[in-house]
Design a protein around this ligand. Structure first.
Ligand code: PLP
Length: 423
């Protein structure tokens, strides 16, 4: 299809995420991708500084992942998961149980991060119903969070500054604590304790993004807050749900963000990098206690069953992606990228208009003291041969773990240039 025709049809018929944005750049047309590079229709190549939104940790067209999909395609691309089972999904679930924090034992496969959070909430609500406590149906979360775009996840996203403020009054009414400070603060610990104690009788679960609050503001916080939440939730009979859709699979420097604190939630969501970004799949894991509680209820099954649950192609590539990650010294790769980002973003520290520069694992963030000029910032990054997707006051990157040192350097330079262009 000719470029003009493609863009015309795109404008006329195609919704993009949170788009079309008034005044935004025309979308770039990608024709192929391999390694860490996106190839555009005009021949330009861009280093992907976004890993396609936290997902493509091994880059594109990785031979091992390509082979896993091809091999599975030769056997079966999809079958329903109700009443049938198959090795790709079973092997993946067993592997996820093996690598996630210890008491997580049961895995519900779904097709997106948002749905994995819906399922987590449903598990928590159904657990309390089964135990004769239907009044425990509210969720406590932190302001500044992001958990997806369907209704339960939206209800625990940031209620004011976030993307879902539009839905105030329609969403389930949840309990919000302030966003966690970077450092451990006693006053904030007390705020959490007061809220959990006050609302324990109506709380089904505390739902948070551990260590990194991503799309709600790219904030990092002390992992000791996870300990605090674990103790409070155990003491007050509330479930603890960690949304690791963005942080899972090594991104923060530990395999899961919960590992920074060495604790385990009752329910955990993973997605994005689960399949190395190849296919849409997410998973919700829970403990024996939660699964057993649900199975003793009036409706003794988890009442959820997506058509594409356990898709064999996605399961096979997810297992291959996890094995590929764990079969290498991924900690060293993430540490290398972390060091590259620290060096690369250093020129932004103290630059005019820059409020903060922070790096954790393979995540780099430049926060401005004003809203990003998205068009100018994106154009500056593209001129530097890098794909970035700034939002609000943030220019950020989470490179694929296979990015070479020169790629990380190019990404760092592009983030700095994007910040300068947005001044
Ligand atoms: N949870 C977190 C922490 C996320 O960052 C996201 C997506 O950015 C989601 C859930 C939703 O995932 P998906 O876009 O796959 O529905």
């Amino acid at each position: 299809m000719e470029r003009d025709e493609l863009l015309k049809l795109d404008r006329e018929h195609v919704w993009h995420p949170y788009g079309p944005m008034p005044g935004a750049l025309e979308p770039l047309v990608v024709t192929s991708a391999s390694g860490v590079r996106l190839r555009l229709d005009d021949g330009r190549e861009l280093v992907d500084g976004m890993s396609s939104w936290w997902a493509a940790i091994h880059g594109y067209r990785h031979p091992v992942l390509d082979a896993a999909v091809r091999d599975q395609l030769g056997r079966m691309s999809h079958v329903m998961f109700g009443g049938l089972t198959h090795e790709p999904a079973v092997a993946l679930c067993a592997r996820l149980v093996e690598i996630t924090p210890e008491p997580l034992r049961h895995v519900f496969l779904s097709d997106s991060g948002s749905v994995s959070v819906e399922v987590a909430v449903k598990m928590a609500l159904q657990y309390w119903r089964s135990r004769g406590r239907p009044e425990k149906r509210r969720l406590l979360t932190w302001r500044g969070g992001y958990h997806g775009d369907t209704f339960q996840p939206m209800s625990v996203c940031d209620p004011e500054g976030g993307m879902h403020a539009l839905w105030r009054g329609v969403l389930p009414d949840q309990v919000f604590a302030s966003a966690p400070p970077v450092e451990l603060e006693t006053a904030y610990v007390q705020e959490l304790a007061d809220l959990v104690e006050r609302h324990a009788g109506e709380l089904a679960a505390v739902v948070v993004e551990p260590v990194v609050q991503g799309a709600g503001g790219m904030r990092f916080h002390d992992p000791r807050y996870l300990h605090v939440l674990r103790e409070l939730t155990l003491a007050h009979d509330v479930l603890l749900v960690f949304d690791e859709v963005a942080t899972g699979f090594g991104r923060t420097g530990e395999l899961f963000a919960a590992d920074h604190a060495g604790i385990s939630p009752d329910v955990m969501c993973v997605g994005k990098a689960l399949t190395g970004g190849y296919l849409s799949m997410a998973a919700t894991l829970c403990t024996e206690r939660v699964a057993d509680g649900i199975s003793r209820g009036e409706v003794p099954v988890l009442a959820h069953g997506p058509t594409f649950m356990g898709n064999p192609l996605a399961s096979a590539v997810a297992l291959a992606s996890v094995d590929l990650l764990l079969g290498q010294d991924w900690r060293a790769e993430v540490a290398r990228i972390s060091a590259g980002l620290r060096g690369g973003l250093a020129p932004a520290v103290g630059a005019p208009g820059v409020l903060d520069v922070r790096v954790l694992g393979a995540i780099g963030v430049v926060q401005l003291d004003h809203p990003v000029d998205v068009v100018a910032a994106t154009a500056a990054a593209v001129e530097h041969g890098v794909w970035l997707r700034p939002f609000r006051d943030l220019i950020y990157t989470m490179p694929p773990f296979v990015s070479a040192d020169e790629d990380v350097a190019a990404i760092g330079a592009a983030v700095v240039a994007a910040a300068a262009a947005s001044r």
